[in-house]
Design a protein around this ligand. Structure first.
Ligand code: 48F
Length: 270
């Protein structure tokens, strides 16, 4: 068979454009494709919710590839082992309760599992702003008076090149900020409309110094709504609610991602 270069191009442009058109009005939009965002995307997609993840980098996986200080191993605790098993990520018990994985296998298997469960992922696209409206996408007026109803997107290449090009928008019933330490969506909300987060002060409380034991516990407790329509998962949860960082132990990221999916699924079922 003779290959036609233009058909190759048409296949890519046609298919990708359909994917984007199909993602303009969705159930859940996830910002950031680290371990927390990928796990959330997997469980939400498995529940049948139309879920799309936007990742600004070329590669998915966030801070997992490099394990701890470029040693490409990740540590997981007992509580997160069932999630690793569900994805089929192999573990090696180093000492009772400490499970090691190969970070490359972990990232690629999480990503593959999430996509096969139905998650759509757009890489190379960053979230630079949010849409806030008086009513949520179900037409409900929230107690706080307004909700985040969508995301404002732009190409990473545009942002990096500092080109003056306007973004595009998508609408979602719920949004997950799984942008890691930076908690970027939370930051945008505070920057744009002031101290309105559902924290003690309305601001981001900021992550505390390294403490794996406490950080891994609080990250699940801190996985919750931070503003009507917006939920945090992964390191963002501790950054917003003032929990400690935890370094190269990643079980809390998976548990937090799963927890965010459960909370959002219950909310959208109402
Ligand atoms: O940082 P990241 O891996 O977040 P996580 O899932 O996991 C945290 C751990 O990797 C590690 C840790 C464990 O102790 O603390 O840091 O909470 O992944 C966050 C992803 O979000 C992307 C970013 O490129 C990364 O891949 N991201 C950040 N801001 C944006 C974004 C944005 N505005 N738009 C799109 N993607």
């Amino acid at each position: 068979m003779q290959l036609d270069d233009v058909i190759i191009t048409r296949a890519i442009v046609d298919s990708w454009s359909k994917d984007l058109l199909d993602s303009l009005e969705i159930d859940v939009a996830i910002v950031g494709g680290g371990p927390a965002g990928l796990t959330a995307g997997y469980y939400l997609s498995k529940k049948g919710l139309k879920t799309v993840l936007f990742e600004r980098n070329l590669s998915i996986g966030g801070g997992m590839w490099g394990g701890g200080m470029m040693y490409n191993k990740c540590v997981f605790q007992q509580e997160s082992k069932p999630i690793l098993d569900e994805f089929g990520i192999r573990t090696d018990e180093y000492q009772e309760g400490y499970f090691l994985t190969n970070s490359l296998e972990t990232v690629t298997t999480l990503c593959s599992g999430a996509i096969k469960a139905g998650l759509k992922i757009f890489n190379l696209i960053g979230v630079e702003d949010v849409m806030i409206r008086q009513e949520d996408n179900a037409g409900r007026r929230s107690a706080a008076g307004s909700s985040v109803t969508g995301l404002v997107l732009n190409w990473t290449a545009v942002t990096m090149a500092k080109l003056h090009i306007d973004p595009l928008t998508i609408r979602a019933k719920a949004i997950i900020d799984s942008t890691g330490h930076a908690a970027e969506v939370a930051g945008i909300i505070v920057r744009k409309i002031g101290k309105k987060l559902l924290t003690e002060t309305g601001e981001m409380l900021g992550e505390k110094p390294m403490w794996a034991d406490v950080g891994e516990r609080t990250i699940v407790e801190n996985t919750k709504e931070i503003y009507p329509g917006v939920f945090v998962a992964g390191m963002s949860a501790n950054a917003v609610f003032g929990g400690p960082r935890m370094g190269p132990i990643f079980g809390g990221m998976l548990l937090s991602g799963k927890r965010s999916a459960e909370i959002i699924a219950a909310r959208l079922a109402k």
